[in-house]
Write a protein that binds this ligand. Sequence first.
Ligand code: UD1
Length: 428
Amino acid sequence: MDRILVRGGHPLNGDIHISGAKNAALPLMVATLLTDESLELANIPHLVDISQMAKLLAQFGVELNINGNPKAGSEDGRLLTLTTRNVTSTEAPYDIVRKMRASFLVFGPLLARAGQARVSLPGGCAIGARPVDLHLKALEAMGAEIVLEEGYVSAKAPYGLTGARVAFPFVSVGATENALMAASLARGETVLENVAREPEISDLAECLIAMGAQIEGHGTSTIHVQGQDRLHAAHHRVLPDRIETGTYAMAPAMAGGSVFLKGARVDLIGALLPVLRQAGIHVEETEDGLFVSDKGGRHKAVDIETEPYPGFPTDLQAQFMALMSTAIGTSHIKEVIFENRFMHVPELTRMGADITVDGQMAHVKGVDHLKGAQVMATDLRASVSLVLAAMAAEGETVVNRVYHLDRGFERIEEKLGACGASIERIKE
Ligand code: UD1
């Protein structure tokens, strides 16, 4: 398994091109299942999760074509064309779903288009139990007959799905996306209440609208969908990755120096900017991106609590903790979205961080400096927090189990290396 070697103490200086958002691209790819015409997606990032989704979709008879070179940093990145003339299979096997929870997003669209679906339950994952009960409740309300057997969810809607009123008990990104896609092809009106407001939901809604869906209210807590008999071809550009943006926005404060995040959309990281400024980091919004620079000296401790969008994203919590580990003062970091998302704590501690966890709360007492160590990536966002910490640390850090990074950060060693970081991949 590949490892990443980072030598700390090299300040950053240069431009980092922000890629298309993984969490937007995955549901957008699934939207191909809703139409027999071609869906063209521009700005698709080059990531393992995208290849996994492509592999899963191919099993249902989706034809996929990829063009363009992400290395060119071109405006449109890679262009992916997906065509699902016929759905040839409706089964999503355990082997793929267990590797990537977003695979469960095919459930609603398969039911809506083909009238049946058999999708493996995702199972537990490193950051908690993460059930799919909300996805199932929404589809059941729309008329699906669902049974759980042998670790699979089997469902039928022989006469198609029917519009319904679904009030989610709490906010779920994936359940909102599943229900939204299914509702686009259901009979009549669907009202989805207490939905996620993440920008990736709006990106999906915009694409569905371009495909002929009638959707209103995306970006707010209630979405209205008037189901259509069929959807059609469309072209859509994936929005920039706000988690990649936020991660690299913290990098200069850790490694020193300054970076320009090209193509970043500042409006998507509204909860992070004031926090960075409070910590004493210089951030400047420009027309085509975000300029971030270290003011020198140690930054200040700031408290955060993760929340659904527009609050502070859980997907930036680990990176922020790495940043706070060298701040002046003690930062209190509360994780409320996932019950077990502090696995980076023991790894940061190995590097000299002073962190104690008490239930949902981590108390991070800033230390003067971190020290390089052997560390283990445990999940996608945790692994990138270790890369950030390594850039700030004295000496060498080896981040093991790098496949987590490859799931969600495009060419990280190239992007940071081009700005002066000493970072290299050790191939096994
Ligand atoms: C998505 C993101 C992930 C991000 C998360 C929260 C993608 C591909 N992934 O994941 O990067 O960390 O949003 O912003 O977009 N839950 C239930 N029952 C359900 C569904 C969810 O109890 O049926 C719980 C989960 O266990 C979790 C919380 O709800 O505690 C939020 O999960 P959810 O918003 O669904 O996250 P994902 O869509 O899986």
